[in-house]
Structure formats: structure tokens, C-alpha cells
Design a protein around this ligand. Structure first.
Ligand code: HEM
Length: 123
């Protein structure tokens, strides 16, 4: 189910294989490092629910863009989507993200700038 959600909601910016567009839309292939870092699971869920805005550096390239929020997706859909991205593009073996973890982040009402502040320090 995650693959369909990805092509419908994310692919236009992050591209079919998650490689992004250097300098405009970051690649998603490094996300195993993010999900394994302290606070990384929460951060990835927040990016999808609340969007992201501000300067971040991913694999040596700096981005200063705006990603829109996807709060219309259900908790299970956010989990499916992130698990697809993590296993397919990032080759991650991390424990799958659950709908319960998504629900806990949805209660927070964060701004896209606050989401960026919660990013673990991963290049
Ligand atoms: C950043 C995932 C849709 C544009 C990110 C990051 C993730 C992500 C995880 C942060 C990467 C990191 O911190 O290392 C997704 C997913 C999407 C989605 C799963 C589908 C629900 C989109 C769309 C756009 C977009 C449709 C363009 C309209 C961006 C931009 C950034 C970003 C510009 C960097 C923001 C900044 O510079 O602060 N995305 N994305 N994303 N995404 Fe998305």
C-alpha cells in the first residue's frame, strides 16, 4: 500500500526512485541513518504530518525549501508510506513504523520550522 501512496503524494518532488533533485528536493536514500538516530522515527512522522521548512544539509547538499504537510493521510497510511520509503529507497531494516507512533505525533500541532528543529543531527 505504501508504493501507491508514494507515487500519489511524494514522487512529484522526490522522484520515482527517491533520489530527489539535488539542490531542490532531497534524496530519501539516506533515511536509514535518520530513522536509526535518536528522535529519528518521530522526526520522519512529523515531516509527513506537518511539512518541513528551513535550511538542512543532506549528503553534502544544502536545501532551503518548503515541503507541504500531508495531514489528510490516515495514521496507517503515513506508516505504510514511510515503511515503503525506508525499506525500498533507504534499504532500512529498522522496526516498521506503526499507526500508534503516527497517532502520538499527530497530537502535537507543530510548525514546519519546529519539525526541522527536531531533526536528529545526521548529514
Ligand atoms: C524533505 C519525505 C512529499 C519537498 C523531506 C524529508 C523527508 C521527506 C523525510 C526530510 C529529509 C531529511 O531530513 O533528511 C517526503 C514524503 C513525501 C514528501 C514521504 C510524501 C508524503 C514532498 C513533496 C514535495 C516535497 C510533494 C514538493 C512539493 C520537500 C522539500 C524538502 C523535503 C523541499 C526539504 C525542505 C527544506 O529544505 O527544509 N521530504 N516528502 N516533499 N521534501 Fe518531502
Amino acid at each position: 500500500p505504501g508504493a501507491k501512496l508514494y507515487s500519489a503524494n511524494c514522487q512529484s518532488c522526490h522522484q520515482a526512485t527517491g533520489q530527489g533533485v539535488p539542490g531542490a528536493f532531497p534524496s530519501l536514500t539516506h533515511l536509514d541513518k535518520v530513522v536509526q538516530a535518536k528522535g529519528g522515527r518521530e522526526y520522519l512522522i512529523r515531516v509527513v504530518l506537518y511539512g518541513l521548512q528551513g535550511s538542512l544539509t543532506v549528503e553534502g547538499k544544502t536545501y532551503n525549501g518548503v515541503m507541504p504537510p500531508f495531514r489528510q493521510l490516515k495514521d496507517q497510511e503515513v506508516a505504510d508510506l514511510l515503511n515503503h520509503v525506508l525499506t525500498t529507497f533507504a534499504k532500512s531494516k529498522a522496526k516498521p513504523i506503526s499507526a500508534e507512533e503516527v497517532k502520538a505525533q499527530r497530537a502535537k500541532a507543530l510548525s514546519p520550522q519546529e519539525v526541522l528543529k527536531s531533526r536528529p543531527p545526521v548529514k
